[in-house]
Design a protein. Structure first.
Length: 161
């Protein structure tokens, strides 16, 4: 659940992650406890560090976020999550604050023909196993692709090093 950032430092502020991005206007997600938005996230800050993602990612968020001042305007540490602002934010960027223990949903958009987004990855996974998969093994090869998506979460940790 995304909350408005607390004013001033707090004892538990070290567990906060601030997501920076823009809310998509053409996508919403309906949950049991209300509608959620989808945001294109470009970067995040955590524990006094700012991490720019190599590629943007879509994340399900609650609310519209807190507007971040564009350009050289002063940005509160409560919004930025770090003491030094090196880069300038573009107009329209918002911030969503989450706790590192909150559950989230990251979406990996893949666009193309169904052959490109479904069949080719399965064939490539089968080839990596040492040959072509018979028709009965296609489902098993598909599970391998799902397992490899877990490693995408690790890419964030590598970016932060």
């Amino acid at each position: 659940m995304v909350k408005t950032p607390a004013k001033g430092p707090t004892l538990l502020g070290g567990s906060k992650i601030r997501l920076f991005g823009v809310k998509l206007n053409d996508v919403t997600v309906t949950a049991d406890d209300g509608a959620r938005n989808v945001a294109r996230i470009y970067a995040f800050s955590y524990d006094g560090n700012y991490y720019r993602l190599d590629a943007t990612t879509l994340v399900v968020v609650t609310g519209d976020g807190v507007a971040v001042k564009a350009g050289d305007a002063a940005v509160s540490i409560d919004v930025l999550g770090m003491e030094l602002k090196v880069d300038q934010f573009a107009e329209g960027v918002s911030m969503w604050e989450v706790d590192k223990s909150d559950h989230g949903l990251r979406l990996e958009p893949v666009q193309g023909t169904f052959e490109e987004i479904l069949l080719t990855p399965i064939a490539e996974a089968a080839a990596a196993e040492g040959g072509s998969a018979p028709a009965g093994r296609i489902q098993l090869a598909g599970r391998i692709q799902l397992a490899s998506r877990i490693q995408l979460a690790g890419r964030i940790q590598l970016t932060g090093r």
